[in-house]
Design a protein around this ligand. Structure first.
Ligand SMILES: Nc1nc2c(c(=O)[nH]1)N[C@H]1C(S)=C(S)[C@@H](COP(=O)(O)OP(=O)(O)OC[C@H]3O[C@@H](n4cnc5c(=O)[nH]c(N)nc54)[C@H](O)[C@@H]3O)O[C@H]1N2
Ligand SMILES: Nc1nc2c(c(=O)[nH]1)N[C@H]1C(S)=C(S)[C@@H](COP(=O)(O)OP(=O)(O)OC[C@H]3O[C@@H](n4cnc5c(=O)[nH]c(N)nc54)[C@H](O)[C@@H]3O)O[C@H]1N2
Ligand code: SF4
Ligand SMILES: [Mo]
Length: 692
């Protein structure tokens, strides 16, 4: 007789939608996975990527056993060893390094492979162990930090409007975000709003899937969004449409900010953004007269030198129009700050022997090649694939080639990064371990119950670190807490968002909405800034050496005319519809759908280079190059090229888009600047038929 049961789980991937899924288990094996129909945000649908997740768990190339390198670093030759051998070697090497160089010589390099509070990034899995050892702190700069920092100056927090509240909006600006690819569940509330008459405007240099489905597409030059924001506000103020009562009661620095706004006339903004003046005025007029207006801004916009400032300034718009006081009005960047769980209890930074240095995730090459005092001697990579995903791939490879560096990679697959490891450790996937997630695009907690035994000898991240601690002879009791104990510690919080939420309920139901009302305006009555008001003018920014006033900081490479002479095209490398960062970059079905790496060129730019559609081309700058097939169409502006992230270099020519991107910080938080990147593109000469 078949024994069948349904087990609730959570999508672990770095996606705002934080889906809840249901697994059907028959005779101990997972036979079906579908979106949880009861989850108010997932509503029964996953996505084109995760619809293939069960196949992913059973992929023939999945890592099942610990491996030790036998070839050269990067060559990819390994032999199977036992867990005991792997952990004994790891314990000995780490202990030796700590004794000789101090704990800071260890760099725990955690990525976004899973966001879980137990196994992944949100809980900084492994943090207790690293704290006991006094390891360097891993500064998670790769994704959203510049925007988070920008929001802090304006709002005192990164919390914005409830994404489900978009259904109440009447004008929706999808600003630097490709919703239909990078978090498509938001499309439901957007469509609800549209049915009630709302208009949707996509603001993106690329005519993405999302821009194609919007009512209007506005395509500014990359890195000029803050100027556009100020130009739109110029129109609002010129029309006298600013909300004076709101400005008076809930904002600081309006007089000075107003002066700045008045400097950004539509004519000037047209020059800065490359848009027609009429486009700016028309959108400004709709912003002035449509309440509530919602801005959905995501990460794409802040991967520029001025990215933090851009998000800081965008968050000022609803302060001028008064939208922050209205349900369905305001701005949404991330909802992560709404979950008031006890994160400190998981991290246990109090276990550190003293202050430790921090190393930036997006400066891996610098850390490996230049850090001194102490040098980085051990790199433990988990949930990350920096050779493909972090900037300046060629320098990263040089860093990873260091013979004196001890590298451990914990992953599901033999990635480009794993090829440089001394030890590769096989990790469990979501149906095989326990986890708890929030979402960064909604207000629900989602539970992930282990449903099937791990294949081969895969171990969860928590279990790997518990066993490593034992091999190292560490006695700190909290290193041995079970997964369930960790989940309870996280939920043990007085924060009002957790009122009425218990582990038992989560486990049974699979999800719970945080204790916020169904419809609310977060800033009707004030802001969590030092002044209690929205700060156009920020003393904290001034104290940190930044412009006290929200404004416009130009991109670096995008706006460098000398560099533009050599590298005339700005390369944007946003989300692929078929991969999630580099996850699924090795899945045959999704690779087929994604096609080989390509670069989109405007017909004028292609013609000027003698390139026609389908031609193999080399995309290059002084940092490196990769090859791709040319796509020629007008979904990009002249001067802009686009090539999605996520391909595995080793499955192509050994290089990816990040061979061209620079290891350089944005204006705030040390954020990455993937899109602030100039390149040139040239045809690759194919041997002519005569030469064959
Ligand atoms: N399918 C899929 N979904 C994903 C991901 C994925 O790889 N694939 N990645 C996940 C992750 S890690 C994240 S952080 C989120 C990111 O979510 P998004 O920020 O929505 O995604 P991106 O594609 O990085 O960037 C969005 C858009 O920003 C545009 N852009 C670039 N520069 C500028 C600019 O200066 N101004 C404006 N206005 N637009 C600009 C790009 O053309 C791109 O279309 O998505 C998550 N979801
Ligand atoms: N050019 C360009 N580069 C970008 C971006 C861009 O827009 N343009 N976006 C950036 C952004 S937003 C981000 S967030 C980063 C992402 O960069 P990374 O954080 O490095 O993410 P991935 O490259 O997807 O690598 C994640 C790895 O984790 C593994 N993994 C998944 N789950 C688990 C698990 O449970 N345990 C273990 N041990 N491993 C697991 C996966 O198999 C995969 O190899 O990329 C950045 N890189
Ligand atoms: S990747 Fe995003 S949309 Fe797809 S299942 Fe996961 S959370 Fe949902
Ligand atoms: Mo990200």
């Amino acid at each position: 007789m078949t024994e069948s049961k349904t087990v609730p789980g959570a999508c672990p991937l770095d996606c705002p939608d934080g889906c809840s899924w249901l697994l059907t288990i028959e005779n101990g094996a997972a036979v079906d996975m579908r979106g949880n129909p009861d989850h108010p945000y997932t509503q029964g649908a996953l996505c084109v990527k995760v619809n293939q997740f069960l196949e992913h768990t059973r992929a023939p190339d999945r890592l099942l056993y610990p491996l030790r390198r036998v070839g050269a670093k990067g060559e990819g030759k390994f032999e199977r060893i036992t867990w005991d051998e792997a952990l004994t070697e790891m314990a000995q090497r780490l202990t030796g390094i700590v004794d000789r160089y101090g704990g800071e010589a260890i760099w725990p390099y955690q990525g976004t492979g899973t966001l879980g509070f137990l196994q992944g990034l949100q809980g900084r899995a492994g943090s207790r162990l690293w704290n006991v050892l006094g390891a360097s702190e891993h500064d998670m700069t790769i994704c959203s930090i510049a925007g988070l920092a920008g929001l802090e100056y304006t709002l005192g927090t990164s919390r914005g409007l409830d994404p489900e509240g978009l259904r109440d909006s009447r004008l929706i600006l999808l600003w630097g975000t490709n919703t239909l690819s990078s978090g498509h569940h938001l499309w439901k509330p957007i469509q609800q709003a549209r049915r009630a008459g709302a208009q949707v405007v996509a603001i993106d240099p690329v005519r993405t899937r999302t821009a194609q489905q919007a009512d209007e597409h506005v395509a500014p030059l990359p890195g000029t969004d803050a100027a556009l924001a100020l130009g739109l506000l110029h129109v609002v103020v010129t029309m006298g449409a600013e909300d004076r009562a709101y400005l008076e009661r809930h904002t600081v620095g309006w007089e000075q900010f107003r002066e700045r706004v008045m400097e950004f006339t539509p004519a000037r903004v047209a020059r800065l953004t490359g848009l027609d003046e009429a486009v700016i005025v028309s959108l400004g007029e709709r912003l002035a007269t449509t309440r509530p207006t919602a801005i959905r801004v995501a990460q794409g916009i802040q991967r520029h030198a001025g990215g933090g400032t851009a998000v800081r300034t965008l968050a000022c718009i609803p302060g001028v129009t008064g939208d922050w006081a209205l349900p369905g009005g305001g701005l949404h960047y991330t909802t992560d700050g709404y979950f008031g769980g006890n994160r400190e209890a998981l991290y246990r930074d109090d276990l550190r022997p003293g202050p430790v240095r921090s190393l930036s995730m997006t400066r891996l090459a610098e850390g490996l090649l230049e850090a001194a005092d102490p040098p980085v001697k051990a790199l433990v990579v988990y949930g990350a694939n920096p050779v493909a995903s972090s900037p300046d791939q060629n320098r990263i490879r040089r860093g990873l080639e260091r013979e004196d560096l001890f590298t451990v990679v914990m992953d599901h697959f033999q990635t480009d990064t794993a090829d440089y490891a001394d030890l590769v450790l096989p990790a469990t996937m979501q149906p095989e371990h326990m986890d708890l997630h929030d979402g960064y695009g909604h207000l629900y907690l989602t539970w992930n119950e282990p449903a099937v035994p791990p294949p081969g000898e895969c171990l969860s991240t928590t279990e790997t670190f518990r066993r490593l601690a034992r091999h190292m002879g560490l006695t700190e009791p909290s290193l041995y807490d079970s997964d369930e104990e960790l989940a309870r510690q996280l939920l043990d919080s007085e924060h009002p968002s957790l009122e009425g939420i218990t582990l038992e309920h989560l486990r049974k139901n699979g999800w719970a909405r945080l204790a916020y009302p169904a419809s609310f305006a977060p800033y009707k009555d004030g802001f969590p800034t030092p002044s209690g008001k929205l700060e156009f003018l920020s003393e904290r920014a001034a104290a940190e050496g930044l412009d006290p006033l929200a404004g416009f900081t130009p991109a670096r490479e995008v706006s460098d005319p000398e560099l533009a002479g050599r590298y005339p095209l700005v390369l944007l490398s946003g989300a692929s519809h078929f991969f999630l960062n580099t996850v699924f970059g090795n899945k045959p079905k999704l690779r087929r759908r994604a096609g080989d790496p390509y670069v989109v060129l405007h017909p004028l730019d292609a013609a000027a280079r003698g390139i026609t559609a389908g031609d193999p081309v080399r995309v290059f700058n002084a940092r490196g190059s990769f090859t791709a097939a040319a796509r020629v169409d007008d979904t990009v502006r002249p001067g802009v090229a686009s090539s999605p992230k996520g391909h595995w270099p080793k499955l192509h020519d050994g290089f990816g888009v990040n061979a061209t991107t620079e290891e350089r910080d944005a204006d705030m938080g040390g954020g990455a600047v993937f899109h602030d990147n100039r390149v040139e593109v040239e045809p690759i000469d194919r041997p002519s038929r005569d030469e064959d």
